[in-house]
Design a binder for this molecule. Structure first.
Ligand SMILES: Cc1cc2nc3c(=O)[nH]c(=O)nc-3n(C[C@H](O)[C@H](O)[C@H](O)COP(=O)(O)OP(=O)(O)OC[C@H]3O[C@@H](n4cnc5c(N)ncnc54)[C@H](O)[C@@H]3O)c2cc1C
Length: 408
């Protein structure tokens, strides 16, 4: 187990500076344009692929960094550049983690490389869990997967929504109901290979923020995939379902849903994205406050402005510390006994919303226009308290974990 340290080593610092360089030189200058276009910034993903920043190797290296700091550091720097473009670059990772968490070695080796493609032919992947009637309440999921034993195929039908990269992805990872009696314990994840008939993109959403990231419905109409596309395999699924049925019958302790455990471990990464956006807005506000003059002096000369900046920076640092702690715990297999993963996501995402709003205020009229980036950062920050579990759901997880009571 790696000792927890706040000190990045020389290699980590070099990687951080390299990502920061890409974020400052390539992502940030393109941010306003792709926000207006509301399209996936393919040329930027390609640039990232060319230098190895969009690649399986790079993410695997960061993901398995025993200090736990590789992923938060990467997320913070990319999202400091721009949240919409950064999500286009890292969105594939959500699908990859879904396969890594539940797939066999063969599935991991077959599908994750295809999710990224290569620098000459870049691909993205999508993770599709949410549905129109199943957002926070994943137990209400309706997309069905039925096993056709004669053909050793699974048949999927249903509609997924709000899928990042949905429809434009090569590989889609789809969560579906295999046993409706078991609620969220009766779910399983499937690979839908590129070009599978019956999978199509539904509505593409026009959004408030992170507009460079593609979000759409994914329609599954009689989608047939080979048995080998069930993540983890049939034997493991049958065992898991049998255990869940047994527990349901005996009314025993609830099994922890595997998907929920994955979310808990991946939440610090979303916290790190939020820290990146918050830090970006804070830096713009600090510079502006030092140069903007009113009443014959820079506005930072007023405690009313300076103290806001002090609070902003304090919250950002606190959020980063919580994210780093939770990431270290996740990588080193420490149980989140106090829901530290959810705590880090809750605090960091609320911080991003608050800090970006303060930045808009400090820039006054300019903060309200698209001439300055804080307007976009403020819109972007709103997503962090919504996806990967809303702030209310994080509070629910934390409160249940601390109290042992099934608070509703
Ligand atoms: C831009 C974007 C990208 C996304 N990407 C993906 C993706 O790639 N894959 C994917 O599967 N999903 C994705 N999502 C979906 C996202 O995870 C859901 O939007 C989120 O889980 C919330 O679900 P919901 O929108 O249905 O809100 P709802 O669950 O309807 O919640 C509405 C409100 O009610 C509150 N609420 C609900 N239940 C409770 C409760 N028990 N106690 C207190 N308050 C409660 C919520 O906190 C929220 O404020 C994405 C969403 C967006 C907007």
């Amino acid at each position: 187990m790696a000792e927890f340290s706040f000190e990045l080593d020389d290699d980590q610092k070099a990687v951080r500076d390299w990502i920061h360089g890409f974020a400052a030189d390539v992502i940030r200058p393109a941010a306003a344009e792709w926000d207006e276009r509301e399209e996936t910034p393919w040329p930027i993903i390609q640039e990232a692929a060319k230098i190895g920043l969009y690649s399986l190797d790079f993410y695997a290296q960061q993901y398995f960094d025993p200090t736990g700091l590789g992923i938060p550091m990467t997320m913070e720097e990319l999202f400091w550049g721009d949240a919409g473009i950064a999500l286009s670059i890292v969105g594939t990772g959500l699908a990859a983690v879904g396969v890594l968490a539940n797939g066999t070695e063969e599935q991991i080796g077959t599908w994750i490389p295809q999710m990224y493609g290569d620098a000459a032919d870049v691909k993205v992947a999508a993770f599709c869990s949410s549905e129109p009637d199943a957002g926070s309440d994943v137990g209400s999921m309706r997309t069905r997967a039925v096993y056709d034993e004669a053909k050793d195929e699974w048949v999927l039908d249903g509609t997924k929504t709000w899928a990042t990269n949905g429809g434009i992805a090569g590989v889609h990872v789809v969560v579906a109901v295999v046993d409706p009696e078991l609620g969220s314990k009766g779910h399983a994840s499937f690979i839908i290979p590129p070009g599978t008939p019956g999978l199509s993109q539904g509505q593409k959403f026009k959004k408030h923020g992170i507009r460079a990231s593609h979000t759409a419905e994914v329609v599954l109409d009689n989608v047939r995939v080979p048995g080998s596309c069930l993540l983890g395999g049939k034997e493991k699924l049958d065992e898991r379902l049998a255990r869940a049925r047994e527990r349901a019958k005996s009314g025993g302790e609830r099994l922890k849903n595997a998907a929920m455990a994955t979310f808990e471990a991946s939440r610090p990464a979303v916290g790190a994205m939020a820290v990146g956006t918050a830090r970006a807005a804070y830096e713009v506000a600090l510079d502006y406050a030092k140069t903007r003059e009113q009443f014959g002096r820079p506005i930072i000369d007023n405690q009313g402005v300076a103290f806001q900046l002090a609070d902003m920076r304090t919250r950002i640092d606190a959020a980063r510390l919580m994210v780093w702690r939770a990431s270290w715990m996740a990588v080193n297999g420490r149980p989140f006994e106090s829901a530290e993963g959810s705590m880090s996501k809750l605090f960091a995402s609320e911080t991003a919303k608050q800090v970006t709003a303060q930045a808009v205020q400090i820039l006054g009229g300019n903060g309200f226009t698209r001439e300055y980036p804080v307007e976009r950062m403020h819109r972007d920050a709103a997503i962090y308290t919504i996806f990967e579990g809303t702030s209310e759901i994080q509070r629910l997880v934390i409160a249940r974990t601390l109290s042992g009571v099934q608070i509703r």
